[in-house]
Write a protein that binds this ligand. Structure first.
Ligand code: NAP
Length: 312
């Protein structure tokens, strides 16, 4: 029979690692399961300047999350890499099975995150963190005085385009149709903003560059014409932000937990509708998805899991 943990944390991003830290400090027998490298989405961020107190020269999302992981380990949290494929949330013991084995715990903290939907262009992965980004709040300031491009036409794309005008010289929204999906009020602000331009009926086909992004190939979907947008010679680089929707990593829970636009619904104590099951970070329905809010969610979830066990 598999080991019975007090808590299993599913996901090794800031929410999961913060939950691990708090669970470990509470001396709960804790297993953290992550499917890839630790860090979740922030591991993709080349620089990180909006996490409170983070002012270390050379800090990246990957180095910060590596230290978070080390901090968890100091408090006895076991961490393994496995891709969980099934979960059973009913009953007092929560059961998970992955490619590498089966796991049991009395409580579960789901911190599986959400993934930005890729723009879907060639070379996208290679330039992520080197000109291609999915987070204007995290990375907008790195494009101060440069021309930046935003793929998408929904609320996120247009709101983030407006945010990016604080830094960028120009912001061009590349949208696959000739009308925006974004709410009218947001559209009005964007149309009134002199720094914002629109490239209608267009999709990004590929991105190119050397160390950093300096060219974007765009296709007009009506005419099929391809054009290449190049960075101004004096700039040497461009920014491309993808906001073509998000995909919460909730496929495993679809039948067992109420979802809101695909995200797990919780109360303010991170409790889901199933006793002993909590959700933290980007995977849950919330208004601000940042490292600082993920870390806070993780701490709350772990404390609540401890209280739940104490009450059993
Ligand atoms: P979204 O509403 O799903 O919009 C995605 C946009 O990307 C759409 O304009 C879509 O084009 C485009 N798109 C999708 N796949 C694409 C592809 N493969 N290539 C090119 N373009 C593609 O996503 P979101 O803007 O991230 O918003 C997600 C949810 O959060 C929405 O419900 C939104 O209302 C909400 N939200 C609300 C606020 C707010 O209220 N302030 C802010 C942000 C987000 P089409 O239009 O042609 O489909």
């Amino acid at each position: 029979m598999e080991e019975l943990y007090d808590v299993i944390i599913l996901g090794g991003g800031p929410a999961g690692l913060s939950a691990g830290l708090y669970a470990g400090r509470s001396r709960m027998k804790t297993l953290l399961i992550e499917r890839g490298a630790p860090g979740g989405q922030i591991a993709l961020s080349a620089e990180l300047e909006n996490y409170p107190g983070q002012m270390l020269e050379g800090e990246t999302g990957a180095t910060l999350s590596a230290r978070m992981a080390e901090q968890c380990a100091r408090f006895g949290v076991e961490r393994i890499t496995d891709a969980v494929q099934t979960v059973r949330l009913d009953g007092e013991v929560k059961r998970l099975t992955g490619e590498g084995g089966a796991y049991r715990a009395r409580t579960l903290i789901i911190a599986a995150g959400a993934s930005p939907r890729p723009i879907g262009c060639e070379n996208e992965r290679e330039f992520t963190g080197r000109g291609v980004s999915y987070c204007a709040t995290c990375d907008g300031a790195f494009f101060r005085g440069l021309d930046v491009y935003v793929a998408g036409g929904g609320d996120s794309a247009v709101e983030e385009a407006l945010f990016l005008t604080r830094f960028a010289r120009t912001v061009t929204v590349i949208h696959r149709r000739d009308t925006l999906r974004a709410a009218k009020s947001i559209q009005e602000k964007a149309f009134a903003e002199p720094k914002i331009r629109f490239l209608w009926d267009s999709v990004v086909m590929r991105v190119d560059g050397g160390d950093v992004l300096d060219a974007i190939t765009v296709k007009n979907v009506k005419t099929g014409a391809l054009s290449v947008i190049r960075a101004a010679a004096e700039d040497g680089m461009l920014g491309l932000f993808g906001f073509v929707g998000y995909l919460p990593n909730t496929e495993l829970f679809r039948e067992q937990l109420p979802l809101e636009n695909g995200y797990i619904r919780t109360d303010e104590n991170m409790r889901t509708s199933v006793p002993g099951v909590f959700a933290a970070g980007d995977v849950r329905a919330k208004s601000l998805r940042q490292v600082v809010t993920a870390a806070a969610d993780g701490a709350v979830a772990a404390v609540q899991a401890e209280r739940f066990l104490a009450g059993l």
